[in-house]
Write a protein that binds this ligand. Structure first.
Ligand SMILES: C[S@@+](CC[C@H](N)C(=O)[O-])C[C@H]1O[C@@H](n2cnc3c(N)ncnc32)[C@H](O)[C@@H]1O
Length: 293
């Protein structure tokens, strides 16, 4: 059986032309040691785990290994499945409508990679179209987990405000619950491409917020400014709300608390109380916004 790392090497070697040097902007090639390099001798190695680190300076992220592991567990429990199915259907519809045989998808701010992996798994059921995926995130911990768990996708540590990928390469850019850089999304998307952004709906995890932040401004969330910022940069062609309830067992309540930035400023005692008593049903609410250049 071919080793996982060999398959990753092959995938990256076949795709080296999509990269752009994050230092000087020139084309990148790959050498026999599996390093990406440009004509100005800027060099980025493929890690033993099978990802490429193209960050110029390592950043200290608020998202640590434990957080990504919990996010991965929650994702595997099916928590995000309705949202991921909706996105897969939107992409498939668009691809079929345009009679495409290849479709390149970038997930910008992919975290631990489970969303891109699930979406590609859904899409690859359709064997007449060749879907390929690249996931980038500024967190090495997130990308390391992604490359360990999910094959047949290029994983890259990179800053989405300086994407090390060439112009007009992608048919789809995904930006799920992550910060955006619309200038960069515009640059890497081709003219027909779609930007699909997921933002929390106003009632996302409302039960958690009611317990943690009752009586403060944090109890409520409005996504209107984020949506406005999107529409200032891309033409919104579709906006779909998603709302459902999820039943969480005690183990998953703990993972939910560990995975969400929402709890970063919460009181420790309140978090412990939630873990002790549990929350029966939790509201999951997203808005999936689709835009064009
Ligand atoms: C709430 S997490 C969402 C991750 C994933 N999309 C998900 O839904 O599970 C936000 C992600 O944005 C990433 N991020 C924040 N700033 C970034 C930047 N400048 N470039 C790339 N990724 C960034 C974080 O590392 C983190 O993985």
């Amino acid at each position: 059986m071919i080793k996982k790392i060999e398959l990753t090497k092959k995938l990256i070697a076949n795709s080296s032309s999509i990269f752009m040097c994050p230092i000087c902007g020139s084309e990148m090639m790959i050498n026999k040691f599996m390093s990406l390099f440009c004509r100005n001798r800027h060099n980025f190695d493929l890690s033993r785990q099978g990802y490429i680190n193209m960050l110029l300076k390592q950043v200290k992220s608020d998202y640590d290994k434990k957080m990504f592991e919990s996010r991965n567990m929650i994702s595997k429990s099916g928590f995000f499945t309705p949202m991921l199915n909706l996105i897969s259907n939107l992409i498939l519809e668009e691809t079929l409508k345009n009679k495409m045989v290849n479709s390149n998808i970038l997930d910008a701010g992919c975290g631990e990679g489970s969303h891109l992996s699930r979406i590609l798994m859904n899409l690859r059921e359709n064997r007449s179209i060749n879907f390929s995926g690249v996931g980038i995130d500024i967190s090495k911990e997130g990308i390391r987990l992604a490359s360990r768990e999910y094959m047949n996708i290029i994983w890259c540590v990179a800053d989405l405000s300086k994407i090390p990928l060439k112009n007009d390469q992608f048919d789809i850019v995904l930006n799920i619950l992550s910060p955006a850089n619309y200038g960069e999304f515009n640059r890497v998307l081709n003219n027909q491409g779609l930007l699909i952004k997921v933002v929390p709906g106003n009632n996302y995890l409302i039960e958690l917020r009611e317990i943690l932040f009752k009586g403060t401004s944090k109890q409520f969330y409005l996504n209107n400014r984020v949506v406005q910022h999107f529409s200032d940069n891309f033409k919104i062609i579709n906006k779909q709300p998603i709302l459902y309830k999820v039943n969480l067992n005690n183990e998953n309540i703990e993972h939910l608390i560990k995975m969400t930035p929402l709890v970063w400023n919460a009181e420790k005692e309140k978090l412990e109380e939630i873990i002790r008593t549990g929350i029966k049903n939790i509201t999951v609410a997203f808005e999936v916004i689709v835009g064009k250049k």
